[in-house]
Design a protein around this ligand. Structure first.
Ligand SMILES: *Cc1c(COP(=O)(O)O)cnc(C)c1O
Length: 344
């Protein structure tokens, strides 16, 4: 049985969190002399809402998740790091992750001095719950999944994710940074069935807002409380909160971007298939395409010399001679293809 109490580090369990002025007084008032703010330069003079309730209320409506089940951070990177700090005792505990996947899970493990155990995906870039469980021991606190996965682009099989959620007594993270580009529902609809599930989403991809740094974690209220307890008090600034609200008042625009990008993804795949240097294109549920070419290093170098930057994944396991190409505007994709056509 999963018991959050067995997962939280003892120092975090015992922690008395910093109490900020805005935590102590919640209500209507007209004179605020409690936080040593400057009364001039409104609205930037005031500390922002530490729990970002107005932003969470809108996200709750859009995503169908209770607002108490939402954590907001400085990009997804913040909740990723906080999970190590909340659940993993340095040099004692470990985590298990699929491989290859998003690089930040391992970087944050290294920063926090937590052992990072990798389990290779199969030739279809799918994982086996059994293999992940076999890699775990009594010190395994978190398992990292990413679906659609980066850099492979595919959705992971939901039956295997379910199996892992059922069988593993620690936290299972499903990073859904690219979910809006996939034809599937989010695992966030399963939060009530799985007290050990954390779903990550972000404003950086489909929502077109990588610059504002806003990441979301969806989980049980109990898990969200732990993350809130250890985050910096004002971790999401007022400019980011305002910009997110503005964007969410115009959700149709986001839906249009996604539709356009899915169309462009389809065209790009068609065109790539006809190129002499392209040896294969992997199925994608994201806004990028993993492509195997004759010589990834040479192709990458040529593109760079022409001012076109893609991601060379040649040295990543299972991705030999692969380039990860983000879907751009029709004009950008045209320029990429024009350059690739000159190569033999
Ligand atoms: C891009 C990406 C993110 C987004 O990270 P932010 O810090 O929110 O910008 C998260 N996870 C994966 C797998 C990604 O590829």
């Amino acid at each position: 049985m999963f018991d959050l109490n067995n997962i939280i580090r003892p120092n975090i369990k015992a922690l008395k969190p910093y109490s900020c002025a805005r935590d102590e007084f919640k209500g209507e008032a007209s004179v605020f002399l409690d936080a040593n703010e400057n009364p001039y330069n409104a609205p930037f003079n005031r500390y922002p809402d530490p729990l970002q309730w107005s932003v969470k209320e809108r996200i709750a409506e859009i995503k169908g998740v209770a607002k108490e089940s939402i954590f907001l951070g400085n990009g997804s990177d913040e909740p990723i790091d906080l999970m190590y700090r909340a659940f993993c005792e340095p040099r004692v505990d470990n985590v298990v992750a699929i491989n290859p996947t998003y690089g930040m899970y391992e970087v944050c493990a290294d920063i926090n001095d937590v052992e990072y155990r990798k389990v290779e995906l199969d030739e279809n870039f799918q994982f086996s719950a059994e293999k992940l469980l076999a890699k775990a021991d009594e010190h395994t606190k978190v398992m990292w999944l990413c679906s659609p996965n980066n850099p492979t682009g595919n959705l992971l099989q939901s039956t295997e994710i379910e199996k892992l959620l059922q069988a593993f007594n620690g936290i299972v993270v499903v990073d859904e940074a690219y979910i809006d580009f996939a034809e599937t529902v989010s695992f966030s609809c399963k939060l009530n069935q799985h007290p050990n599930l954390i779903v990550l989403q972000t404003f950086s991809k489909a929502w077109g807002s990588a610059a504002i740094r806003l990441g979301m974690a969806f989980a049980s209220k109990e898990i969200i409380s732990v993350l809130n307890k250890i985050k910096y008090p004002y971790n999401v600034n007022i400019l980011t909160q305002k910009q997110a609200l503005e964007l969410m008042s115009n959700a149709d625009k986001v839906a249009d971007w996604v539709k356009t990008l899915k169309g462009e993804r389809c065209k790009l795949i068609d065109e790539l298939q006809n190129l002499e240097i392209v040896k294969g294109i992997y199925p994608t549920d994201a806004n990028f395409v993993l492509t195997k070419v004759k010589d990834a290093n040479a192709t990458y170098a040529h593109l760079v010399s022409k001012g076109v930057i893609v991601r060379n994944r040649n040295s990543v396991s299972l991705c030999g001679n692969c380039l990860r190409i983000t879907v751009g505007t029709p004009e950008e994709n045209e320029i990429l293809l024009k350059e690739l056509k000159t190569l033999k």
